[in-house]
Design a protein around this ligand. Structure first.
Ligand SMILES: [Zn+2]
Length: 266
């Protein structure tokens, strides 16, 4: 028996997003630390300080006011200050309470101002959120950032493998980048985790609520991400959505995001 350990690749000390030569001070959490990840981390030397700061901007947007932020609260993540995470989505503040188990969400709002669909007798009702809102653009950037970082140690040193994706991450160009929210856990049967060969690490990632997958579809590299019940796929190598045919072939319902791609749904 030989012990296996995670493969380690020396940092290139050239930024994988901008090719800059630093400075490199911080380690880079591939899945944001605030989503509960302390496993998938790139050592200092992969992402420069300036790009790291750029990423912090859209990461906060996703964490504080998107569906992923809401899922983060449901999973019971606590902040660096040991407080339960909070997320403001469509004027409702969602949070977990430290004396309640995870998987229970509390909500606060000025309820009179929140549109509700009430039953005819007014005895029950529901709140409906649009899947498409401005946070989709920040989610796309975060997904691309995670995908590019996961692939970075597999790339030849000094090359920018996913140039268009990197430019989108940095906000150098801002045309919407498509991704697909997958609305069925059946997609899991078709994906193999990047961590599959490291059972201990994989188990730990799952206990934190996330998993990561890379799928090659023809010439394209597609990154899948799962966080709690949120499942999503995004192409790293181009904006092409041709790869979506695999979702159709697998018969998994999905929705194109941001809203410009909502017609590409099934
Ligand atoms: Zn950089």
């Amino acid at each position: 028996m030989t012990e296996t350990s995670p493969p380690t690749v020396a940092p290139p000390f050239q930024c994988i997003f901008c090719s800059g030569l630093g400075p490199f001070v911080s380690e880079e959490h591939i899945v944001p630390h605030s989503l509960g990840n302390d496993l998938l981390v790139l050592a200092p030397g992969w992402v420069c300080e300036e790009c790291n700061n750029t990423c912090s901007g859209f990461e906060s947007r996703v964490l504080n006011s998107s569906i992923l932020g809401l899922e983060r609260c449901r999973l019971g993540v606590v902040t660096k200050k040991r407080k339960p995470a909070r997320s403001d989505v469509h004027r409702i503040t969602w949070f977990s309470e430290s004396d309640l188990p995870s998987n229970i969400l509390s909500a606060e709002a000025e309820w009179g101002k929140i549109p509700m669909l009430l039953s005819p007798d007014g005895s029950s009702g529901k709140i409906v959120f649009p899947l498409h809102d401005d946070s989709c653009y920040a989610i796309a950037r975060l997904l691309l950032k995670m995908g590019v970082e996961i692939m970075a140690p597999c790339q030849p040193s000094g090359s920018i493998a996913f140039q268009a994706a990197s430019q989108h991450v940095l906000g150098i160009e801002s045309d919407p980048w498509p991704y697909f929210v997958v609305r069925s856990e059946a997609v899991d049967n078709h994906l193999v985790s990047v961590l599959a060969s490291l059972p201990e690490e994989h188990k730990y990632a799952l206990s934190c609520g996330f998993d990561v997958f890379i799928l090659e579809v023809e010439e394209e590299v597609v990154f899948f991400f799962r966080y709690g019940n949120f499942r999503v796929g995004i192409c790293l190598s181009s904006r092409s959505t041709d790869w979506r045919h695999v979702l159709v072939d697998w018969d998994v319902p999905h929705v194109g995001c941001p809203i410009e791609f909502s017609k590409e749904s099934a």
